[in-house]
Design a protein around this ligand. Sequence first.
Ligand code: TYM
Length: 326
Amino acid sequence: MKKILTGIQPTGVITFGNYIGAIKQMVKYQDEYESYIFIADLHSITIPQDPKELSKNIRSLIALYIACGIDPDKNVIFLQSENEYHANISWMLECNTYFGELSRMTQFKDKSKKHANFSAGLFTYPVLMASDILAYDVDYVPVGIDQKQHVEIARDIAIRFNKKFGDTFNIPDVLINDDGAKIMDLVDPTKKMSKSGENPKGIIRLLDDISEIRKKIMGATTDSEMCVKYDEVNKPGISNLITIYASVTGKSIPDIENEFLNANYGAFKKAVADVVCSLISKIQDRYNELINSEELDRVLDNGIVKARVIAKAKYLDMKNKMGLKR
Ligand code: TYM
């Protein structure tokens, strides 16, 4: 059976972009593939976090995974920091990764500009991500397009390690959802919708009030043409709303253009708001049932046992091959 794995950082409430880029794909494939999904809390501390907020966000993210349809019986769900082998594997991989290749990571370049005194962890972040992926010999890594370069470097590191020390890792492929590869900010649709976005009006968070979400969509930036047509360059706002509508309804872009051929932007936005609000309010109902339940701890307790066994075996294999033994 093919294996699939992804992770999300518990930095603030996750966005509709995270849902489309990662979670929805995991839900789609969980019946077909052996599935692993974790909370990338070690990645989140590459930038400073408030400890209390962080642990609150971790719990909230587990509840959101399940509320979004990640089935604990079909997925190994775990907390990255509870599996010490990820960081151990990461060190061995770091020693097989070049400074130059990490310097070229676009996300590092962007994030390091925003923080005057950034951590070494921010620089080696992609290697920890490679260890998350390679420890499980996964076939596919479903992510949004912004993480593609990180999956590619994981492949490069794996190929290099296999060449140097013998066959150790499966080479993973990135899995990117066609229609929702990148959900853009509602206010500035030339920028990705991001948890850390500056203007809250541009971001749909899965735990926002439903009435707020409706307002944000109705207020989304569009253009003066009054024509629902997909054109990322000249009509980024409308194109983003089409992408959102397509990703929720499963309809194709031409079908959507046809459906709203004679509609004005107000009517189109209302249709987008209706489908998004209906989806998110179902997620929130389930979230509210789960957030204070012990089920969350049971899920993580089960998940970590399985994840540790697999990652430990990979760690020992690497250590052995590299000569780290008496
Ligand atoms: P993170 O927490 O930034 O984002 C989680 C996932 O959401 C996707 N995403 C989006 N997709 C579409 N449109 C958007 N606007 C949007 N914003 C975010 C991201 O591409 C990602 O798939 N480094 C990773 C976490 C990670 C990981 C891993 C992922 C750690 N180890 C191993 C996969 C495999 C991250 O920071 O994602």
